[in-house]
Write a protein that binds this ligand. Structure first.
Ligand code: KIV
Ligand code: ZN
Length: 507
């Protein structure tokens, strides 16, 4: 069967921003638009220009800068809305207008108070008005999935005659089911005589948690554009999540025989960027890009992964641009195989008898602690008298900073039984701390990535820092946790250095 292309229409900056509390600044929106372009999104819906001056300016700003993707603005079937979009996207190299009008009985009776014939006339007039001024017109019958079929087919036929080249079928309230939504798309293909002149698009909301399933069902039944958002953000429960749809099509290309233009390696980065701009945290168990999406704790799974990754992983985290090296999480469900493997990555190889003893101690610690860090393993092995080749341990840290004083950090580090204390200042307390550590270890580590998240809640939350550093051309990831973020940062940095040293010693 021939593969086919599905266009990706991103509405993170429009429907995504409609999520309560998701407001983004103009700078953030432009930065996200650049990333969407880099991701390979075909159409970027940048906003609803008539809704506010801020939205107008931001659509205009995106239109001015984006070169490869189409830039689209939303309009109701109202002349001033259509004019606002035309003006806002004027400078875009590729532009589109998205015009919508509700068509379901419940919206017509209670919201618009108009008959089907009146709605038909307004929709056709609006599309004609826009078509005289722009080439690329998308029309959405809002609440399409709850619209009477005969009327839906008729209005689609008429707006296509009037000049719409994309017809979008919103499941506005997330009410549909995959079978039902697929049947709506199949019905349109069969009953709208001129449908061959337009692309059918899906636009599904997630009120019943079915947005992605509905979109994929739409695609299976003939839709060739999907409207979606990064991380699935959007009005109420959100929109269909782009990363889930694209990876569904890619991972199961044997089933769908469809492809997209998306460069999936950009997903992780843009997901974090949208999360930062909106303040919406990506849940750890979020499909595709959640922090736990490729982490395994169960002993049986870890054993399988160590033998052959594909036993428990259907995608490659690197295809999503995810930092590697965090796959196996040591916890109470982990087995001896994963424990031994992690020690080895730290440069620690124990005789079988000592390994057994260390494993028993590890299991008892894992019963008390949610997650076991490398520094916990080092402590277990050290306590057993196997300092092995693990190089550096943080003994003490004093950090001073304030509004009018330069940050100053003093660290005491023990190395093969000897303690050394060094002091440094820096651009911030973390920078000062890393400089002090460097002056003890004499290892120059360039920081590629730094992230911090709270593991627990409240004022005394445990901060979990992850750093990605490059030492002598080698990339290493380190993690550290503490209620003090400078201490957590120091531990993560030392952990990365220890991994590097261990790898050198293993050679
Ligand atoms: O959900 C919806 O119906 C919409 C339309 C504006 C397309 O977002
Ligand atoms: Zn919507």
């Amino acid at each position: 069967m021939k593969t086919d292309k599905v266009l990706i229409f991103d509405t993170t900056l429009r429907d995504g921003e409609q999520a309560p509390g998701a407001t983004m600044s103009a700078e953030e929106k432009l930065e996200i638009a650049f990333s969407l372009e880099r991701l390979g999104v075909d159409i970027i819906e940048a906003g609803f220009p008539v809704s506010s001056k801020g939205d107008f300016d931001s659509v205009q700003n995106v239109a001015r800068h984006i070169k490869n993707s189409f830039v689209c603005g939303l309009a109701r079937c109202v002349i001033k809305d259509i004019d606002a979009v035309i003006e806002a996207v004027k400078l875009a190299r590729h532009k589109r207008i998205h015009i919508f009008l509700a068509t379901s009985k419940i919206h017509l009776q209670h919201k618009l108070k108009k008959s089907q014939d009146e709605i038909m006339a307004i929709a056709v007039e609006s599309v004609k008005y826009a078509r005289k001024r722009m080439d690329n017109i998308e029309f959405s019958p809002e609440d399409a999935s709850r619209t009477e079929k005969a009327f839906l087919y008729r209005i689609l036929e008429e707006v296509i005659k009037a000049g719409a080249s994309t017809v979008n079928i919103p499941d506005t309230v997330g009410y549909s089911t995959p079978e039902e939504y697929g049947a709506v798309i199949a019905g349109i293909c069969k009953n709208v005589p001129n449908i061959g002149k337009a692309v059918i698009s899906t636009h599904c909301h997630d009120d019943l948690g079915l947005a992605v399933a509905n979109s994929l069902s739409g695609v299976q039944n003939g839709a060739r554009q999907v409207e979606c958002t990064i991380n699935g953000i959007g009005e109420r429960a959100g929109n269909a999540s782009m990363e889930e749809i694209v990876m569904g099509l890619k991972t199961r290309s044997d089933f769908y025989h469809l492809s997209t233009n998306i460069k999936t390696k950009e997903f992780y980065r843009i997901s974090r960027m949208v999360s930062k701009a909106t303040g919406f945290i990506v849940p750890p168990n979020k499909a595709i890009i959640g922090a736990n999406a490729f982490r395994h704790e169960s002993g049986i799974h870890q054993d399988g992964i160590l033998k052959e990754r594909r036993t428990y992983e259907i995608m490659n985290p690197e295809d999503l641009g995810m930092p590697s090296g965090e796959g196996l999480v040591l916890g109470k469900h982990s087995g001896r195989h994963a424990f031994k493997d992690r020690l080895k990555s730290l440069g620690i190889e124990l005789p079988d008898e000592d390994l057994d003893k260390a494993f028993v101690r590890f299991k008892s610690l894992a019963d008390k602690k949610k997650e076991i860090y490398d520094e916990d393993l080092v402590a277990i092995v050290e306590d057993q008298g196997h300092l092995a080749r693990v190089a550096y341990t943080l003994v003490d840290l004093i950090s001073t900073s304030g509004t009018n004083i330069a940050p100053q950090v003093v660290v005491t580090i023990s190395h093969k039984g000897k303690k050394q204390t060094k002091e440094s200042s820096g651009d911030g307390p973390v920078d000062a701390c890393y400089k002090a550590i460097e002056s003890v270890t004499k290892l120059k580590a360039d920081l590629l990535d730094y992230s911090i998240k709270a593991v627990t809640q409240g004022k005394d939350a445990l901060g979990d820092v992850t750093v990605k550093v490059i030492i002598a051309g080698k990339t290493v990831i380190g993690r550290g946790a503490s209620t003090d973020i400078i201490e957590a940062s120091a531990k993560a940095y030392i952990n990365a250095i220890n991994k590097f040293v261990a790898q050198q010693n293993l050679k």
